[in-house]
Design a binder for this molecule. Structure first.
Ligand code: ADP
Ligand code: MG
Ligand code: ZN
Length: 603
């Protein structure tokens, strides 16, 4: 995109320079030979003129005269009245020819040269672009369409399904694909139809790429992979020919897997972009569909693709005979997290005290990639201390680093700031503990984090939940407001420290009203359909789905929820005011307290 932009700028500026030069030289030429009426009179008087060619404009008496001199030179004169000039010439006895001004051929004189110029520049630009796209490859200039797919065959692709932890159902779903690739004849013999395309869908880092590789490794077949984002920067026509090459290569190596990563980059819904369609992308996508339709069901090629935005895909690719199998790969649950941690802990010596189960419990929402990163950070912490094994504390430190940004003990904070933070976090913590559907508290800390938070209170989720209840959401809002409330109770004043808490509470309340149908006055209607701005183009064309009246009502409902939660939360904290003081005190002493230390305060 960027590269193309720069290329076009280059072409435009070159064009402008060329045009200016052209214009400048032609005026120069004219200036050289043009003479004034006075000058002309002088030449006439001295008898230097040998002949004149008058070009007369059609409807008016003006025109121009080409004056030939006896010494071989010539002059150009702009004539205001041709008849006057003719009289003058006849009086002096100079020969002249009178012609109409030739109709100027605009096409020949200006459009054609411009076209040639643009065409030439375009060619140069295209070659440069193709060369760029080739950079890293052989760099052969005309080698536009060579597939950049990476292939790995049996031996060097050692990843198998064993390396993919968790994802039990996903692996079961894919088992028949493995069986098919291992022995296609077994299936074709009985006329079974195997899906041609499998679409893996899920958030980044959940192991989609890993899963595709593992299938190839497990079946011991070649694995061709290409990323959709590779196509985006390509020049017109290149993407499509790459796709053609890729499939040609795959057919030669069947049975095999063709893996298209980040397919959303090419297979976005057509005709929804801003500022005109993206021809290149559409051509690439069309070619992909043509290729997929082109080979038979049991030719032994399985096309796998991955995306984290299945909602923006062109529906055409989901049609039968294309990606007709969709597998959702979600963030892992507690058990899955533990398994993934075990896989990545394999090559890291762990101390006795490491409890991966407990780590799994505190990392709800972490993807496989996050967990891998967590253990890697822990190993780095251990290595920094010259230890040959990773202990639980290393993991905790790594957790804070990857989860919240690294602790910065060195930053100087005033005692007053510290006191405010201690009460603020204590306020959150008390509500986490007291309210039935949230918490319990895992850590409370007033050590500032790298991301600008003065402290944090982390809950320990005991189970993974599919959905939240209304009560739970209200309690989440109350917890978010707890920090600010504690500040208000103790200091009679409030700080700016609670802004992200307030934002979180407001967003949740808004969702309750506009998305989950949880407020009585608004009812069970979804007023929230901004799908994260993917279809800016399409949304601009749409009017907002509800009136100003409803907007006002939504705002009032949000305020009602927040106000209600605020009052209840304040009441709850006031009931435990002694704990508030005690936990703030303990926090100031130790800077960080754990669950047991915190719960001991409630007696
Ligand atoms: P995605 O393609 O879904 O964005 P990747 O497959 O690239 O995610 O995963 C990135 C890394 O995270 C993998 O290389 C692997 O180390 C780790 N990972 C992710 N999911 C798992 C899993 N289920 N089991 C083991 N490791 C995983
Ligand atoms: Mg990936
Ligand atoms: Zn807070």
């Amino acid at each position: 995109m960027n590269k193309n932009g720069r290329g076009i700028n280059l072409v435009i500026s070159l064009l402008l320079v060329a045009m200016m030069l052209f214009w400048f030289s032609s005026t120069l030429r004219r200036m050289e030979s043009t003479c004034t009426q006075a000058e002309f009179d002088r030449i006439m008087d001295s008898g230097e003129v040998s002949g004149v060619l008058i070009e007369q404009n059609r409807e008016v008496p003006t025109g121009s005269a080409h004056i030939n001199l006896k010494d071989g030179g010539d002059r150009l004169l702009n004539v205001t009245d041709v008849n006057v000039l003719i009289e003058q010439l006849e009086a002096a006895g100079v020969e002249y020819i009178l012609e109409d001004v030739p109709a100027e051929n605009v096409f020949l004189t200006s459009i054609l040269p411009a076209l040639i110029l643009v065409g030439g520049l375009f060619l140069i630009f295209m070659m440069m672009n193709a060369q760029n796209a080739q950079a890293g490859g052989g760099g052969k200039m005309m080698n536009f369409g060579k597939s950049r797919a990476r292939m790995s065959v049996g031996g060097d692709n050692k990843i198998t399904l064993k390396d993919v932890a968790g994802l039990k159902e996903e692996k079961e779903d894919l088992q028949e694909i493995v069986d098919f690739l291992r022995d296609p004849a077994k299936f074709t013999r009985v006329g079974a139809r195997i899906p041609k395309g499998v679409l893996l869908e899920g958030p980044p880092g959940t192991g989609k790429t890993l899963l595709a590789k593992a299938i190839a490794g497990e079946a011991n077949v070649p694995f061709f992979s290409i990323s959709g984002s590779d196509f985006v920067e390509m020049f017109v026509g290149v993407g499509a020919s790459r796709v053609r090459d890729l499939f040609e290569e795959a057919k030669k190596n069947a049975p095999c897997i063709v893996f298209i990563d980040e397919i959303d980059a090419v297979a976005r819904r057509r005709g929804t972009g801003m500022g005109g369609g993206h021809d290149e992308r559409e051509q690439t996508l069309n070619q992909m569909l043509v290729e997929m339709d082109g080979f038979g069901v049991n030719e032994g090629i399985i096309v796998m693709a991955a995306t984290n935005r299945v909602d923006i895909l062109d529906p055409a690719i989901l049609r039968p005979g294309r990606f007709d199998r969709k597998i959702s790969v979600g963030a892992p649950d507690v058990g899955g997290r533990e398994d993934i941690l075990k896989v990545h802990a394999k090559n890291k010596p762990l101390a006795e005290d490491v409890d991966l189960k407990q780590v799994a419990q505190t990392t709800a929402g972490f993807t496989g990639a996050d967990l891998e990163n967590l253990l890697n950070e822990a190993a780095i912490v251990a290595a920094k201390q010259d230890r040959a094994f990773v202990c639980q504390q290393d993991i905790q430190k790594a957790f804070i680093k990857v989860g919240i940004g690294s602790e910065k003990k060195s930053r100087v904070i005033s005692d007053k700031e510290k006191r405010i933070t201690a009460y603020h976090e204590a306020g959150h913590a008390i509500l986490f503990h007291v309210l039935p559907d949230v918490g319990p508290v895992y850590t409370v800390s007033i050590i500032p984090t790298g991301l600008g938070a003065a402290g944090y209170t982390m809950p320990l989720p005991e189970r993974d939940e599919m959905f939240m209840t209304r009560g739970q959401m209200m309690q989440e809002i109350m917890v978010s407001l707890g920090g600010r409330i504690a500040e208000e109770i103790i200091f009679d004043d409030i700080t700016t420290g609670a802004s992200s808490d307030i934002k979180k509470a407001t967003q949740l309340a808004k969702k309750m009203v506009t998305r989950f149908g949880m407020s009585e006055n608004i009812g069970v209607i979804c007023y929230d359909d901004d799908d994260e701005e993917v279809f800016i183009g399409r949304d601009l064309a749409h009017a907002k789905g509800h009136s100003e009246l409803v907007s006002g009502e939504i705002d009032r409902e949000i305020k009602r929820i927040i106000d209600g939660c605020y009052a209840k939360a304040k009441e709850t904290i006031l009931q435990h005011e002694s704990v508030l003081h005690k936990s703030a005190q303990l926090l100031l002493e130790k800077e960080r307290i754990n669950r047991t230390e915190f719960e001991a305060l409630f007696v």
